[in-house]
Design a protein. Structure first.
Length: 651
């Protein structure tokens, strides 16, 4: 087969250009990336061989081999992993849209617009583009590979000039060898960093890849004086060259060591390498259990949530090992989905090497391990909330949404998730603008207050300007600010806390029981009765836009507001469903009018002149539209609203 030439995908070209022009200062991380890829390839070969031993072709000693060549300015990273065929070379190397390149470029563009300096720790690898880091140090890259179980080998080459070539070649064993033709500034004694120097490569492997579970080997050449049969050097003899193959990494699984023997820095380095993280984890969990089920778990909460944590392409799950042998990646049956952000691994001798995903779902041992891990994580979070509020609020800002989604999803799972999580959730409060727990809110409620009040909006400034806040603010009643669309769904699922029901300030009667509120309520009922015809005609003018029109007991200075009926979704829920392209859930909208506002008097005057007049209808529509805008809801016909306002202003 003749040599084929292919064009890189457009986004791949952009990425290569970024690499070539060194957007990163830490060039040495290319070695970590290529070794990680080699380790992954061996993982795949090992996993496939569990059901098909013939794939190993008699070569069961997995390894990664580094071959520096100072004279030729080259460095080769080879593995005896799964290898690739022609189609996989094109899919995995020539086209990388699926690996996150688009998100990578968008993040970089956003950072530039915000004048942020993003480093390699924050970017490279996070989006699965590690292979391309090779072009930071090489002006030409060659891949020779043969897939396990296939006879034909393939050679891939590119100088990052917008194209690459693929051709058939010979390779006597499975695996992949990546050869970097190094740029002059990265090889030789005068280089800023010499990647053909054995000891520099050894240092980098120790720094970044010491916990890779396969041996990373390299030949060391040195001169030695010959020795006699007694082991003494022979005087005057010419030195001879010897080649010694050394293993550069320790390979001892960190989780097998005693906790007391492990330094914090070791945990940090392990997680950064093993799970492609770029910052020290927020918290590490290292537990060993014996008894009915024996296991060791090494888990962590990453410093930051991944950009796609709540997207469908995010794959949660922990790595599974049996007696230190890797058996599965991304096992999502261990932890509940609300802990999807956890990274880590579980090693248990009670798990079979040949266990399938279907059997895992039925595994009693796995379920027991999962319950224990979940309990340990939640216990730690509760302790942190109590003893280290700063740490917990940092955690909450990154992962709080997961816990709230977990509460909402409990209505489908039928689990006791609400009880597990309700004391761990936080909301911003009107009291001091700080985050509070539900318990903190309830503990400082006055005895006369029977409900937990909350308000929903995109930010606290919007809530503070809501007309519904006026009465509660004047009475000094604390209100929880729900600023995320999922918040109200979580609150509705909890339903009540310590027998105190939740109540939206934009829903139904506020239910205030103090003497002043009862007096206002009584007065409002009388005004409603006296103006029943007006309310009925406003409702008729608005048609099916509203469920009802009432005189308001909650407004003080504002003319109008829109609230939802106690039954059915709230206005915020309706908007959330609408954004999810699910318009079937509609709030029963109630228009409330302030009877003490001058607009109410004007409305009465116009009504008396004729309830069927166009002016009355226009006033009703403008009041309703004003209420919509206050809630952050755009009117169906903004042009019509603007024309009515202009007409009114012209009078």
């Amino acid at each position: 087969m003749a040599k084929e030439t292919h064009e890189f995908q457009a986004e791949t070209k952009q990425l290569l250009d970024l690499m070539i022009h060194s957007i990163y200062t830490n060039h040495e991380i290319f070695l970590r990336e290529l070794i990680s890829n080699a380790s992954d390839a061996i993982d795949k070969a090992h996993f496939e061989s569990l059901t098909d031993r013939s794939l190993l072709e008699g070569d069961e000693d997995f390894q990664i081999f580094l071959t520096p060549d100072a004279e030729q300015h080259m460095l080769t990273i080879a593995d005896n992993g799964i290898g690739m065929n022609r189609e996989e070379l094109i899919e995995n190397i020539g086209t990388i849209a699926k690996s996150g390149t688009k998100a990578f470029l968008e993040q970089l563009k956003k950072a530039k617009e915000e004048n942020k300096d993003l480093t390699d720790k924050e970017m490279i690898g996070q989006f699965g583009v590690g292979f391309y880091s090779a072009f930071m140090v090489a002006d030409h890259v060659t891949i020779v590979t043969r897939k396990a179980g296939e006879k034909q080998a393939w050679k891939w080459e590119s100088a990052a000039d917008g194209s690459y070539t693929i051709e058939e070649c010979e390779l006597d064993k499975r695996g992949t060898a990546i050869t970097l033709h190094l740029k002059k500034e990265f090889c030789g004694k005068e280089a800023e960093q010499d990647f053909t120097d054995n000891y520099e490569l050894e240092r980098l492997v120790k720094k970044y890849s010491d916990y890779v579970r396969y041996p990373i080997k390299m030949d060391f050449t040195f001169e030695e004086t010959p020795k006699d049969k007694d082991g003494k050097e022979i005087e005057g003899a010419d030195k001879i060259k010897k080649v010694e193959t050394r293993t550069l990494n320790s390979m001892q699984p960190l989780w097998t060591k005693n906790k007391s023997d492990i330094k914090k820095e070791e945990y940090n380095e392990f997680f950064k390498h093993q799970f492609y993280e770029w910052e020290d984890p927020m918290e590490v969990f290292h537990t060993k259990a014996e008894g009915t089920v024996e296991y060791t778990a090494l888990l962590a909460i990453p410093a930051h949530a991944p950009f796609n944590l709540y997207q469908t392409d995010y794959e949660p799950g922990l790595q599974l090992y049996s007696r230190h042998v890797f058996i599965m990646d991304k096992c999502k049956d261990l932890l509940p989905d609300y802990l999807r952000f956890m990274k880590g691994l579980v090693d248990s001798p009670d798990l079979s090497l040949n266990i399938s995903r279907e059997l895992l779902q039925q595994s009693r041992e796995l379920k027991a391990i999962g319950r224990a891990l979940e309990k340990n994580i939640l216990k730690t979070l509760a302790r942190k909330l109590k003893n280290d509020r700063e740490w917990y609020e940092k955690f909450w800002n990154e992962y709080g949404k997961s816990l709230k989604i977990g509460i909402y999803n409990s209505i489908y799972s039928g689990s006791d998730t609400v009880d597990k999580l309700k004391d761990l959730i936080l909301f911003m409060s009107s009291k001091d603008g700080k985050l509070v727990t539900l318990k903190e809110y309830v503990d400082r409620m006055p005895e006369s207050q029977k409900k937990i009040y909350y308000a929903t909006a995109k930010d606290k400034e919007t809530i503070e300007q809501l007309p519904q806040m006026e009465t509660l603010r004047d009475k000094g009643i604390e209100v929880l600010y729900l600023l995320d669309p999922v918040d109200e769904f979580a609150i509705e699922t909890i339903h009540q806390y310590e027998e105190k029901p939740f109540h939206s300030i934009s829903r139904g009667d506020l239910g205030l029981d103090d003497a002043e509120s009862q007096e206002v309520k009584k007065e409002t009922e009388e005004i409603q009765k006296d103006n029943s015809d007006l309310m009925k005609d406003i409702k008729a003018a608005l048609g099916d836009k509203v469920e009802d029109v009432k005189v308001s007991a909650r407004l003080k200075s504002s003319a109008v507001c829109l609230v939802a009926d106690e039954a059915g979704p709230s206005l915020a829920m309706e908007q959330a469903f609408s954004q999810m392209k699910n318009p079937m859930f509609k709030a029963k909208r109630i228009l409330e009018i302030n009877p003490h506002h001058e607009l109410f008097s004007r409305l009465k005057e116009i009504h008396e002149t004729g309830k069927d007049s166009q002016e009355f209808k226009d006033y009703c529509d403008m009041l309703y539209t004003q209420a919509l805008l206050i809630e952050g809801i755009l009117p169906e016909n903004p042009v019509d609203f603007a024309n009515k306002v202009a007409k009114l202003m012209a009078k």
